[in-house]
Design a protein around this ligand. Sequence first.
Ligand code: TYM
Length: 346
Amino acid sequence: MSDAVQTQSNSKFNKRVFSGIQPSGGLTLGNYLGAVKRFVQMQNEDFETIYCMVDLHAITVWQDPARLKNNTRELAAFYIASGLNPEKSILFNQSAVSEHAELGWMFNCVARMGWMKRMTQFKDKAGKNAENASLGLFGYPALMAADILAYHATHVPVGDDQKQHLELTRDIAAKFNHDFGVDFFPMIDPVIGGPAARVMSLRDGSKKMSKSDPSDQSRINMNDDADTIAQKFRKAKTDQDALPSEESGLENRPEAKNLISIYAALGDQSLEDVLSDVGGKQFSAFKPMLVERAVETLSPISGEMNRLMLDVSEIDRLLKRGADKARAIAAPIVQKTYDIVGLLKP
Ligand code: TYM
C-alpha cells in the first residue's frame, strides 16, 4: 500500500493514541524516557490518549499472582506520578476489557506462523529453549495488534525495541482488510524517536537498559533513591576522552552517547544543544550534572508513586473507571469485527 493511500484511508479515523507497558515489575529509566514521558506529551497535545497496563502480556511468562496484582497497581501509580491525568487519558488494565482477548484470538487466525518466527523479541525472550516457551509468548504480537486496533488507534508511542511489533500490527491490519475486502482497521503510525528511543545499559553501551539484566548496576530503577542514582551514574562505564562538541564525535563511543542522550532526554534538549554546552568537559565534571538532572526528575515521581500506593482502593477505583471508558470504545469496534468475520454474536 502506498503512503498516499494509507494517509487517505487513515483520515477517516480520529487521532487516537494507544500504548502499554507490562506490569511485570522493575520499571526503569528506559520505560520512563522511551515511553511514559512521550505518553504525557501526547496527552497534552491534540490526541485522545489510552494507556494500558498489559497484564495479559505479562503472563506470557510466569508471574507470581499476588505480585502481578501489586505490579499492576504500581504501574498505574507510575503513570499517574509521571503526569498522566486519569481525567484526560484513559488508564486501565488490559484483562479488565475482554475485547482485547477476543480480537487477539481473531488476529491469531490472521497472523502467519512465519511472521511470528521472525520476531526478534520472541527469539531474545525465548532464548535457546524456544520449545519450552509458552504459546502466549509466541503469539504475543497478535495480542499487541489487538490492543491497538480494538480502539482504531492511529498513533503508538513506544521505544525502539517495539518497532518490529508495530510493523507486524500494520501487516495484520492490512491482511485483515484485504482478506475481508474492507477498509476497517487503520494503518498505525509508530511514534518512535528522539534521544531516548533506546536507552542503553550503564555497564555496556551496546545493550538495552532492561529490568531483566542480571546486574542492577546496569539500570536506573524508578524506585532508586537519590544516593543509588548518584552511585550508579558515578560507576557508569565511560571512556577516557573528553566530551565532544558535535554529534559526530560520539560515533564509536556508545557509553558517552548513552549518557549524553539520557541527559538530553531528561531536559527535553537535542543532543546538539547538550553538546554545545558540555563539549570539552571530562566525565568527572559531566556526571554530577547528569545526577542532578536525573534526581530532580525522578525523585518527585518515586515519591508520588509511594504516596499513591498507600491507597490501593483509590487506584482500583480509577482503573475500573478507565476500563469502563475503554470498553465503551472497543466494544462496538470488536462487535463489528465479529460481523465482518462472520461470527454470529447477537
Ligand atoms: P515493555 O513493557 O517491555 O516496555 C514498555 C515501553 O518501554 C519502552 N522501553 C524502552 N525505551 C527506550 N529504552 C529502553 N531501554 C526501554 N526499555 C523499555 C518500550 O519500548 C515500551 O514502549 N510489547 C510492549 C507492551 C505492549 C504495547 C502494546 C505497546 C503491549 N501491547 C500496544 C504499545 C502498544 C512491551 O513489552 O513493552
